[in-house]
Design a protein around this ligand. Structure first.
Ligand SMILES: [Zn+2]
Ligand SMILES: [Zn+2]
Length: 292
């Protein structure tokens, strides 16, 4: 028991030092500055070549989403720090041990070249997330959490980060478990994660892009806006375009849907008029009893 208390204690004091050094030491592997840099880049693109020209640059919900970016950054980095410093690894291994798993290294992935490791990790992680995202729409109690993301009423890059913090916990742990089991480390995860952040910013951005034929592989703004459509077509009652970074899963499994230009469609969900608009109310929303 003392072992775990030490782990938790070290984790929090170490996290604070880690955050301070992360913010005071810009470097090429610095998550904080990558996040700020990518956000500014996509924001500038939205200002120069907007898709919906009438949409204000500081759209509805902009500051709320800016706050979500910061909040979720601190949460991500807490999880990242724990994994990086191996504080959580002990817990994780003990947890696996409960089920009789020890030292699971299914494939000697470490023997592959780095680019191949990254590629495999990216594909696995994205497919896992695609499945989780579908569940968020299918399972009623999970949908209560995911409504936060769909409460966006005007799209812009920062909307990517509007989601309930439990989604991060669910996404990242479900994603990390298979990766950890086949022997991937968090260092490689950083590159994959930053790439996903960039594509995710673009998916939500006010930009008229679908990358041509590459849009059948990569998710894009013209496709993802339909994921946010308030009205759902009869053939997709639980929604469509569940892809995070890749759109290819939706094309393979028949959940892709881009019938026409989605530039001016209404986004949101049924009955979103009475959905709360402040951060704290959105956080507690899924825990309250819902009428439906
Ligand atoms: Zn969704
Ligand atoms: Zn979205």
């Amino acid at each position: 028991m003392k072992k775990y208390l030490d782990i938790i204690g070290n984790s929090f004091s170490g996290y604070w030092n880690y955050l301070v050094s992360e913010i005071t030491n810009p470097s090429w592997t610095n998550y904080f500055y990558w996040l700020i840099g990518l956000s500014l880049l996509v924001f500038v693109l939205e200002i120069i070549i907007p898709w919906r020209k009438k949409q204000p640059v500081i759209r509805k919900g902009f500051w709320l989403d800016a706050f979500y970016i910061l909040f979720n950054f601190f949460l991500f980095s807490l999880i990242g720090y724990n994994a990086l410093s191996n504080v959580g690894v002990e817990l994780f291994n003990d947890f696996l041990g409960l089920f009789g798993f020890t030292n699971i290294v299914a494939i000697e992935v470490q023997a592959f070249p780095v680019w191949m490791q990254l590629f495999i990790m990216f594909i696995i992680a994205d497919f896992v997330q695609w499945n989780v995202h579908r569940m968020l729409h299918r399972v009623p109690w999970m949908w209560q959490f995911h409504k936060v993301h769909h409460s966006v009423k005007e799209m812009g890059f920062a909307a990517q980060f509007r989601f309930h913090f439990l989604e991060t916990i669910v996404y990242k742990s479900i994603q990390y478990i298979p990766l950890a089991m086949i022997g991937f480390g968090i260092e490689q995860f950083f590159v994959v994660h930053m790439f996903a952040v960039f594509v995710g910013h673009l998916n939500h951005a006010n930009l008229d892009w679908n990358y041509g034929k590459l849009g059948f592989i990569f998710n894009n703004p013209r496709m993802h806006i339909w994921h946010h459509s308030k009205e759902l077509p009869d053939e997709h009652p639980y929604g469509m375009n569940f892809g995070l970074t890749l759109s290819v899963w939706d094309y393979i499994f028949g959940t892709a849907y881009v019938p026409k230009s989605g530039r001016d469609i209404e986004i949101g969900f049924h009955d979103d008029d009475d959905f709360p608009e402040t951060f704290s109310e959105q956080v507690i929303y899924p825990f309250k009893k819902q009428d439906q």
